[in-house]
Design a protein around this ligand. Structure first.
Ligand SMILES: NC(=O)c1ccc[n+]([C@@H]2O[C@H](COP(=O)([O-])OP(=O)(O)OC[C@H]3O[C@@H](n4cnc5c(N)ncnc54)[C@H](OP(=O)(O)O)[C@@H]3O)[C@@H](O)[C@H]2O)c1
Length: 320
């Protein structure tokens, strides 16, 4: 439903962003279906990330000025012309990136990096398997892994998708339709498996992911596209001393330990130089007008979205 909303009021620690682009996330569809929010949560304006220009600065905020080009992780609100956001959840948009590109970064990079940090010391990771390397999150995960010098295995469903992941730098692109990713990983790692698996599938891949992990490896679960319930032989996890982490970015608070602000800070400190250097680039599948959002949601449900991230143009940028 589209409508007029009151202008967001910024708190002392927040900035107001004029939104030029936001991005589609699968969670937007879950919210519309009513399966994402906690029972009793108020209706919200969709949109978990955005890019635009700072138009208001709270009295406690240092480091941001009116007119700054930024992108931001949001607690919803990106499908609107203006959004108020904690200043600590904002990142400076490099000049070489458009607003559409900027809007495709915060949710994916924060998801990737927060999960990476939950396993063993990230500097010990040498090899990883990233499921869905063509997706909004997966395509960033592949680039983050290469930025950090890892050997990357990734899965994709189509010939074009496999090609895309190779272009992003994946060392081993595996068809999840025609190949057995466990066999491929074990064959190319001398039977050892990988240090880290970044998984969007959940139940359908759980047991096979454990097989493809190295001893002391980390299985980072970020999605449940393959279901929520599975049976697992826990002895396999014990024997391999597997770390399993499962996280949802949205359920984190804005401030404090383990918060969105903390994750944005780590993304800025650890990964943003890769974005500034153009080594980590958002992969845009399509740019659509925000008024087409309902069609985009339907296309997602039918599996018809182009590989990469679908972003929305929210309003015209003023011409200079
Ligand atoms: N936990 C969190 O905080 C968090 C945050 C953001 C997103 N997520 C979740 O992460 C998942 C991915 O999000 P996204 O924005 O990247 O979605 P997306 O852009 O729609 O990408 C979905 C990906 O899944 C791949 N895929 C489909 N079936 C697969 C299979 N059987 N094996 C391996 N890959 C398969 C697709 O590959 P092909 O296109 O090659 O078929 C595509 O790359 C979603 O479930 C989303 O809800 C979680």
């Amino acid at each position: 439903m589209w409508g007029e909303a009151p202008q967001p009021q910024i708190g002392a620690d927040e900035v107001l962003i004029r939104v030029y682009a936001t991005a589609f996330n699968p969670a937007d569809v879950s919210v519309r279906k009513g399966t994402y929010l906690e029972a009793g949560e108020a209706p919200i304006v969709l949109g978990l990330e955005c890019a635009g220009v700072i138009e208001g600065v709270g009295e406690n905020v240092a480091g941001w000025s009116l007119g700054d080009r930024v992108c931001a992780l949001l607690n919803f609100g990106g499908y609107a012309e203006l959004v108020a956001v904690p200043a600590t959840m904002v990142l400076a948009l490099p000049d070489h990136l458009s607003f559409e590109q900027g809007a495709a970064l915060p949710e994916g990079l924060c998801t990737v990096w927060s999960n990476w940090l939950l396993g063993n010391d990230p500097s010990l990771v040498r090899t990883c398997l990233i499921h869905g390397g063509t997706g909004g999150v997966g395509s960033l995960a592949v680039q983050v892994a290469k930025f950090r010098g890892h050997t990357v295995f990734t899965t994709a469903g189509s010939h074009a998708g496999l090609e895309m992941t190779r272009r992003l730098g994946a060392d081993h692109s595996i068809s999840y339709r025609d190949q057995d990713f466990v066999a491929e990983v074990l064959m190319h790692t001398g039977g050892e498996g990988v240090d880290l698996i970044f998984d969007t599938q959940g139940a359908s891949y759980f047991a096979r992911n454990v097989q493809a992990l190295k001893a002391d490896g980390h299985l980072a679960l970020i999605g449940i596209q393959g279901g929520t319930n599975t049976e697992v032989d826990l002895m396999q996890l014990l024997r391999k001393r597997v770390i399993v982490s499962a996280t949802m970015l949205k359920s984190r608070p804005s401030y404090g330990p383990h918060s969105k602000s903390e994750i944005v800070r780590r993304v800025r400190d650890d990964l943003w130089s890769g974005v500034e250097a153009g080594v980590i680039m958002p992969q845009i599948g399509a740019v659509r007008d925000l008024k087409d959002a309902a069609s985009v949601h339907a296309e997602f449900a039918d599996g018809d979205l182009a590989p990469g991230k679908t972003v929305f143009r929210v309003q015209e940028e003023p011409s200079c």
